[in-house]
Write a protein that binds this ligand. Structure first.
Ligand SMILES: CC(C)(COP(=O)(O)OP(=O)(O)OC[C@H]1O[C@@H](n2cnc3c(N)ncnc32)[C@H](O)[C@@H]1OP(=O)(O)O)[C@@H](O)C(=O)NCCC(=O)NCCS
Length: 288
């Protein structure tokens, strides 16, 4: 077996060694990408592509494939070892991997990565995806009214003053990862909800279209002092009810941060269904 490194262009013969999600960066590799492939008797048998942003100490694996007939023969291990040496000589100190598996366990890829020296993978984000019509099957969606005194409004009703209030609260009363004011986001202002207690903003459910049929439930936040007695859940139920009466979108995608244990437990209990797809985005790294 011999290894070969590629920059700029990946020859056509390697295409079946590229994960579908990385096909957009081949055959012309972006300037910050590097690939290492393994040959056996003139045949490509495995390939890793990494991306390293200028000035960063970490390179990210964007694709790693060993063709099926050659798996469990140490090819993946050798590609990563060769890649590691090359990166190290280029000043990269950490190799990071993010990959999809079940949201319950880190799977066979996780076992492979740990066998070749990566840290135990941690769940970065759990993702549920399915038809919005599945909300019909969830009794809590209909049963959970908004508590008295709380109101929801479409995000489009947000005033400049409220906008400034939310902006000033970032990393103060809510974590920036749940900010409703992310730059470059394409919030659906009519379907995203603002939760108010009187004049006070106490939460939101932000949704964003992914495509013409799919809406992403992007961030939900309810102020700490309102989290008892299921008020967050009531906000989710209110949002879901509205989608049941809105034929615009057919599918929904829900993201929950892997370290949000309460929300993960809630979603596993109340959203999981045979027809709801559940996946996890796992992260791990290795020092080179
Ligand atoms: C993950 C993948 C690249 C591993 O490549 P590979 O060449 O088969 O791995 P290696 O033979 O080098 O495995 C090294 C060690 O990892 C572990 N390992 C590898 N695959 C494993 C599996 N499916 N289950 C459990 N452990 C595994 C073993 O400890 C193995 O050593 P051993 O065979 O002596 O027991 C390959 O299975 C693959 O291409 N999968 C599909 C694409 C994919 O999921 N890519 C990952 C995206 S980041």
């Amino acid at each position: 077996m011999k290894l070969e490194a590629f920059q700029n262009v990946l020859p056509e013969v390697w295409m079946n060694c590229v994960l579908p999600e990385a096909r957009s960066i081949v055959p012309e590799l972006p300037h910050d990408c590097l690939a290492v492939g393994a040959w056996e008797q003139e045949r490509p048998i495995g390939l890793a592509i990494v991306r390293r942003a200028a000035g960063e100490e970490t390179a990210h694996v964007v694709s790693l494939v060993v063709v099926e007939e050659y798996r469990r023969e140490g090819v993946g291990r050798r590609i990563l070892a060769g890649l590691g040496n090359l990166l190290k000589s280029n000043g990269i100190g950490i190799l990071a991997v993010e990959y999809m598996a079940s949201c319950e366990e880190s799977g066979e890829v996780g076992l492979f990565l740990q066998a070749v020296g990566f840290a135990p993978p941690v769940l970065g984000v759990a993702v549920w995806s399915g038809k919005l019509a599945l909300f019909e099957e969830m009794p809590w969606v209909r049963r959970m009214p908004l508590p008295r005194g709380l109101h929801v409004e479409p995000w489009s009703a947000l005033t400049a003053e409220q906008h400034a209030y939310i902006q000033s609260g970032e990393e103060n009363w809510y974590p920036s990862i749940l900010s409703p004011l992310m730059d470059g986001s394409d919030t659906d202002d009519e379907r995203s909800l603002l939760l108010r207690d009187g004049e006070r903003i106490v939460g939101w459910m932000i949704v964003e279209p992914l495509d013409a049929n799919t809406i992403v439930f992007k961030s939900m936040f309810v102020h700490a002092s309102y989290r008892r007695k299921g008020r967050g859940i009531a906000l989710m139920a209110e949002s879901f009810r509205r989608f049941l009466h809105d034929p615009t979108f057919e599918n929904g995608i829900f993201f929950v941060e892997g370290d949000n244990a309460d929300m993960l437990a809630f979603m596993r209990k109340h959203l999981s269904r045979p027809n709801m797809r559940e996946e996890g985005m796992w992260r791990t790294f290795k020092r080179l």
